[in-house]
Design a protein around this ligand. Sequence first.
Ligand code: ATP
Ligand code: MG
Length: 421
Amino acid sequence: MGKIQAIRGMHDILPEESWLWRHVEEAMQDVFDAFGYQEIRTPVLEQSQLFMRAIGEVTDIVEKEMYTFEDRNGDSLTLRPEGTAGVVRACIENGLLHNQTQRLWYRGAMFRHERPQKGRYRQFHQFGVEAFGFEGPDVDLEILLMSAAIWKALGLSDVELQLNTLGTPEERARYRDRLVDYLLQHHDALDEDSKRRLHTNPLRVLDSKNPDIQAIVAEAPALMEYLGDESLAHFERLRAGLDNAGIPYVVNERLVRGLDYYVRTVFEWVTDRLGAQGTICAGGRYDGLVEQLGGKPVCGIGFGMGIERVIALLQEQGSLETPEIADLYLVTTGNAAIDAQCIATRLREALPGLRLLVHCGGGGFKSQFKKADRSGARFALILGEDERDKGVIALKPLREGGEQQELPIEQLPHYMKGVLE
Ligand code: ATP
Ligand code: MG
């Protein structure tokens, strides 16, 4: 029989890496707490309609990346490709937006059927935030400050903030007509992708990766010139806030983002240390989305962060060391192994936070001490049958000098508290 393997583009996170995931997750949660954002959890499966309506029919995600299938009732379901649509659905359905604002964060696996490569997977993980009911640029600034706080907490450098504004849907529509006129003048020079987008989602031509198209786009009319006073003022106030906060950024007028729902502020945090997949966080304002999904008109803004890419960048910087597994390793032989488990339980209860690994599976002292050493423990505790019968346990320093000593078992919690502090 053939070996069963994980699905292409979907990965196991093994112990050698899972500690790093926890490190990143804890740092992010601390930042969300510090800003007063609350967690929301939504299902990984949603009705396919939700994503078609939220993300837009002519986006890469809906056109070719979704995991969509019929369930046993014949309903069309989709594994979520992103987090915002589900959060908006949950807020409407549970009345979270009735005369109140919300600041929420989520995390979880997302699914997109893309070509797997470094930094691009079919199951990947995002942390994201959404803030609902705030119109002004103050909340735009807040979520940018929050992302900057996450980079700081993780010690990440080499990330650059790119910022743009897409104006209102009306302003964008006027610009789109003008852009289509311009692109039609260069129709013969466009590649297939751009020709297709010209009719479906012409703004996407602006962020084409093809150098020939980029040359054409460089001469295209600028969206900024089609913006009204209010959109410009919103953008200016956000920029002033970033300047004030000392957060550097560049305005990238070609930044349009892949999803249909964005208006006004859009942004990406990018790094040049991860090759082609250099965007580690992306987001923007989506003022029409709640209404589009059947709610009252409530504005919103948010971002999604790709955890695999954040972790790749941390690894690339190489600043973190694999933590030790244990503080203490309990070596034990024969029948004492059962007593050892009970003593260990009392010790863990007495010393919250203690990481105590108890040897299981028998074996001689020599091989047990090898394991103790590999666990990174500072001390070994030794409980053989002799010790057990005498009511004592031996303590042996593994990393620092000092003699092995025997302690009465009842005194162990008290004694270890002093030693480990
Ligand atoms: P890209 O241009 O790289 O395809 P995107 O615009 O499709 O990104 P978003 O939908 O904005 O990405 O998702 C937010 C973030 O999630 C991205 O900036 C990235 O860090 C991460 N991300 C998106 N798709 C993937 C993927 N297939 N594998 C790993 N991370 C991803
Ligand atoms: Mg994509």
